[in-house]
Design a protein around this ligand. Structure first.
Ligand SMILES: Nc1nc2c(ncn2[C@@H]2O[C@H](COP(=O)(O)OP(=O)(O)OP(=O)(O)O)[C@@H](O)[C@H]2O)c(=O)[nH]1
Ligand SMILES: [Mg+2]
Length: 464
């Protein structure tokens, strides 16, 4: 990959999270790193220079000679560093005030405060990582479940880069063949074998592109999770269900209809998928202003839901209010949760099953905790549209930016297929191939415009 011109100033930031911790780290990168270390750091055992990648014990002093903290310092000489520049890290005690005072000193000695993601941006600009790997760093920092971490680590290891590189490779090979045909137009031998080109295009370009685009949907779910709203009329057991799924008495449960006033949101992991669970106020018409506000919120949450757990009370049966609410779900994905199985009779169960038989139904007792595993299983299948284990089969997870580029590349390849079908001249085939290649180059950052890069790296935290 071509490196873009690197920046020449020296940047610094606190790399550890705000708050109190065992240790905190200041990270410095750029040509002045070693000089800054020499100015600020007094090693316990004096020596003339710092060996690369070796920890030194000593103190950091301000310009008045006051000790700010005892630290471990490491100097890492370019290019074997995160940014490929000279890097220094100062490991101090994990007090944010101490870290701030050290950073202030580093900045007053000539470093510039790093912008969000600037260290990773430098790694990209220096050509150490491609854009998919830089994005994997953000995903890794923001992953909410084990599956999200696994996908991010795979992408950091180059899973998406490799998949894209293999498609690029085929397109470049095809372009080479076509260019020979352009250069030797009068050759007797038919240089372009259209059938072979079509089959290579289909097997090694179009099919993998379609697969990657398919992974994007599942990847989004694994990375960002889904909003699941628990809804239903008052007293059917919505809050009891939330508590059951959380295995915690998070929401108040009483026999009084209208107990839940505000929405309550919690995150759970359903086999590695982050699920944002929302318990809502039971919906009914009511005079009480506070309850009315809660109901308004419940309706808004319902609008935003990816999936609704619509709760019915098996013991009380289905009322007109239940039916009315059910109608408002429209075509939202839903699972019908038939609660209070422990006190329900067989007759009510059959009646409800007959009325709502086309939906996915799960019978539970939120109070006793029965049926909750079946409900989670049904939730997983509804979310991913497939059976268990699919999260493990997704080998990389293109994000929205990748997806848009993959779709443009696919459109270009379909155009190319049509051009080949028409038996168009080699130079037109070459144009289509070049368009596909240009799009694909955007994914790894070969041709990505500066403003897109800025927007992308600004999603990082400072110090990364
Ligand atoms: N027997 C039985 N009772 C249940 C079950 N789940 C909930 N309940 C009871 O039903 C009543 C209402 O439960 P909640 O969880 O507060 O119901 P809700 O839907 O959140 O009610 P609102 O917040 O008022 O809309 C309480 O008395 C619960 O103990 C169940 O599985 N079996
Ligand atoms: Mg409630």
């Amino acid at each position: 990959m071509d490196g873009r011109p690197a920046t020449s100033d020296t940047i610094a930031a606190i790399a550890t999270a705000p708050g109190t911790g065992g240790i905190g780290i200041i990270r410095i990168s750029g040509p002045e790193s070693a000089a800054l270390l020499g100015k600020l750091f007094t090693p316990r055992n004096p020596h003339s220079s710092f060996e690369s990648h070796k920890l030194y014990y000593g103190t950091i002093k301000d310009r008045q000679g006051r000790i700010l903290d005892e630290v471990l310092a490491v100097y890492m000489r370019a290019p074997h560093t995160y940014t490929r520049e000279d890097v220094v890290e100062l490991h101090s005690h994990g007090s944010h005030l101490v870290l701030q005072s050290i950073l202030t000193e580093v900045l007053s000695c000539g470093a510039r405060a790093a912008a969000s993601g600037e260290f990773t941006k430098r790694a990209f600009l220096a050509g150490r990582i491609d854009l998919t790997r830089a994005e994997a760093v953000i995903d890794l920092l923001q992953a909410q479940t084990g599956s999200g971490v696994r996908l991010a680590v795979d992408q950091l290891q180059g899973a998406l880069y490799d998949a894209v590189a293999s498609i690029r490779h085929t397109l470049v090979d095809l372009l080479a063949v076509v260019e020979v045909a352009i250069d030797f137009p009068d050759d007797d031998v038919e240089i372009i074998d259209v059938t072979s080109m079509q089959s290579q295009l289909q097997e090694k370009v179009i099919a993998p592109l379609v697969q990657l685009i398919g992974y994007a949907d599942k990847g989004k779910v694994i990375r960002e999770g889904v909003n699941v709203v628990i809804a239903g009329r008052p007293n059917v057991g919505k809050s009891s269900l939330l508590n059951g799924l959380l295995r915690d008495e998070r929401a108040l449960v009483t026999a009084i209809p209208g107990t839940t006033r505000d929405t309550i949101e919690e995150l759970i992991s359903v086999k590695g998928i982050p699920v944002h669970l929302v318990d809502t106020a039971g919906i009914r018409s009511h005079e009480d202003v506070v309850e009315e506000l809660g109901i308004e919120r419940a309706r808004r949450k319902l609008d935003e839901a990816d999936l609704v757990l619509f709760v019915l009370d098996l013991d009380a049966g289905v009322s007109d209010l239940d039916r009315e609410l059910y109608q408002t779900l429209g075509d939202k994905k839903r699972i019908l949760v038939l609660n209070k199985l422990d006190i329900a009779g067989d007759k009510q169960r059959t009646v409800i099953r007959n009325e709502f038989g086309t939906d996915t139904l799960v019978e539970i007792s939120a109070r006793e905790g029965t049926g909750l595993d079946d409900l989670l299983e049904a939730l997983y299948v509804e979310i991913l549209g497939e059976k268990e284990g699919i999260a493990e089969q997704v080998s990389c997870a293109p994000n929205l930016r990748h997806r848009i580029i993959l779709e443009k590349t696919l459109a270009a390849c379909e155009q190319l297929r049509a051009t080949l079908d028409l038996g168009a001249p080699a130079d037109l085939v070459a144009v289509d191939l070049q368009v596909a290649l240009d799009h694909l180059g955007d994914i790894v950052g070969l041709t990505t415009p500066e403003d897109v890069l800025d927007a992308l790296f600004s999603r990082f935290c400072i110090g990364k």
